[in-house]
Design a protein around this ligand. Sequence first.
Ligand code: AFP
Length: 326
Amino acid sequence: MAAEPLTTTVERHFLEHKGHNPHATEEFSWLLSGITLATKIIASYIQRAGLLEIMGATGRINVQGEEVQRLDKFANDTLVRCLGYRGNIGILVSEEDEEPHVIQEAETGKYIILFDPLDGSSNINANVSIGTIFSILQRDPAGGGKDVMAHILQPGRNQVAAGYVVYGSSTVLAYTAGEGVHMFTLDPSIGAYLLAREDVRMPPAGRIYSVNEAYHSSFPGQIQRYLDWAKDTGTYSSRYIGSLVADFHRTLIRGGVFLYPGTKKSPSGKLRLLYEANPLAFVAEQAAGLATDGEHRILDKQPQTMHERTPLIIGSKDEVQRVLSF
Ligand code: AFP
């Protein structure tokens, strides 16, 4: 059925574009509505952040060794609250929490949601775009029993759906369930995400690189050579927001490449495999882009731990391949 952009919500779109997706059920759509509800609540707080007493740090350091902002905590609590009572959810994994939330062990809790509740949160106080990233897995169908980690530590290619919300000049949600990438804009006047762009494709090439060049001298030789080459051509622009979701969103729309390589101090980089790299890699590939750690396809990486990090090179197909050619 042809979509009517101005009345098509995420949940309706998902059900009407199920394609070959065996998970495209009413039950799964109920789960998605937990994510849309939570991110609408988060968006409304972010918009009023300067008015509410929610700016600044909590004084706590999270499992990643990073300072927890008050909005980080609020976003995390909101997602856990909105998702924690949906019958088909078994496990929640958050960047903010050292341990997973086991909601139910029974087979009925067949989905696992992994999320970064507020990506780029050190930018909050400067009013820069930030985001939420989510990944959805099914309890390991090949087994795993009551071993919670066996269900969580699955390669990204097993994702059932994934996406992100960018809280920018407007609030945009992008998702994929393996049938292309679709974008929705939050209409604040009615409180609903409405279809804005269907089947978004990443431009195959784009002369923008996005990297924190302050670490240049500590990057692997391959990345240094690519950056030196790009500068020498005189045809590239550099853009770096410092919020992964916002940098990725621009790359998806305009093309180019985002890089967060390993450094001498952190050989695996900074970004987390399960709830940052994997969901964005799924979106990138579904939009005809690529995502790699420099050696392996991100979606084929077998995670060893829940909060593990990975180098990430993601973006337009030609540009990612160019980086790899150096
Ligand atoms: P915060 O959530 O602490 O702001 O970190 C954001 C982030 O994980 C990701 O969104 C950025 O791409 C990356 O860090 C920026 O890190 P650098 O400041 O090292 O460039």
